[in-house]
Design a protein around this ligand. Structure first.
Ligand code: GUN
Length: 293
């Protein structure tokens, strides 16, 4: 029997509706409208489309979107100056600098400059540390979206074998940490595979939950998946353009073959992507609520 499809698109709509109600209550009860500053440096097409989707989500949820577009030759000092201004602007609750940045800008210097209380990406070392000790304030958006999909699809996690492919700071490392916490929706035994792992398939075949963030189309084939497993595909690979000129996307999982083996699977597009953006909205609302305490 083919796998159940976990629709990130549908789950995201449900959560965004709940968030919109929360935003309306913040306005009614405290006269607060959460403000999210997005910063885009250059014109990388993928980054442009991500930021556009994030701004659209702000509109849907009622978060005020404050957008800054800088040219690709912006210096690091200019970008740091803007961040300082946003850190000190009370109308800005969350700051998101879209990555990757041009090569001449030190990404870590930029991440470190963001006030941790406005770091809705959860990338600042203070927030990474909080995540590690199970005290997350802003769980990073893609891992948070993944965990939400696992929970809402009613995939058991307690004692489950979770295998993650990919060790990035944005996805692989944080989702591994989140799934091993002593907490609901976690409590799993986690294996993190990467480009130097000797026999990745030997690990993935044991996985009750397989999370793939390899950045390589078809990195996971049907023979690598345990029957009945939940497979979360984080890949967003641009493999050409559609007839209407839009980017054609493929995940990291051979979807058509793997759906015949897996119990549950996320599609690309319409899977992790919309959930990531929704978790950003959730963090923006949480950032606004911090100002109440
Ligand atoms: N680029 C790819 N994913 C992300 C993300 O989650 N946040 C930011 N700021 N940039 C990204």
């Amino acid at each position: 029997m083919p796998a159940d499809i976990i629709s990130g698109k549908e789950l995201a709509q449900t959560i965004r509706t709940d968030l919109a109600a929360e935003v309306a209550a913040l306005k009614a009860e405290h006269d607060i409208v959460p403000g999210l500053a997005t910063v885009l440096v250059g014109e990388d097409p993928a980054s442009v489309s991500y930021v556009t989707a994030k701004r659209r989500a702000c509109e849907q949820v009622g978060v005020r979107s404050l957008h800054h577009e800088l040219s690709a030759d912006t210096t690091e000092a200019q970008l740091l100056k803007l961040i300082d201004k946003l850190n000190n602007d009370p109308a800005v609750n969350g700051i998101l600098v879209q990555l990757p940045l041009p090569d001449h800008i030190d990404e870590n210097a930029v991440i470190y400059a963001i006030n941790p209380d406005k770091d809705v990406d959860g990338f600042h070392p203070v927030n990474v540390g909080r995540l590690l000790i199970g005290e997350a304030r802003f769980p990073p958006c893609t891992p948070a979206g993944i965990q939400e999909m696992i929970v809402r699809s009613e995939t058991p996690t307690e004692g489950a074998e979770v295998v993650v492919i990919g060790r990035s700071n944005i996805v692989g490392k944080p989702i591994a940490v989140m799934m091993l916490q002593k907490a609901p929706g976690a409590n799993a035994t986690v294996t993190l595979c990467h480009t130097r792992t000797k026999d990745t398939a030997a690990h993935t075949r044991r996985a009750d939950i397989l999370i793939v963030a390899a950045g390589v189309p078809n990195a996971v084939t049907a023979d690598m998946v345990k029957p009945g497993a939940t497979v979360i595909d984080v890949g967003v690979n641009r493999i050409g353009t559609t007839d209407s000129g839009k980017a054609k996307l493929a995940g990291d999982v051979d979807f058509d073959a793997v759906k015949e083996v897996a119990g549950k699977i996320t599609p690309v597009p319409g899977g992790v992507g919309p959930m990531t953006i929704t978790m950003l909205m959730k963090n923006a609302v949480a950032a606004a609520k911090l100002t109440l305490s």
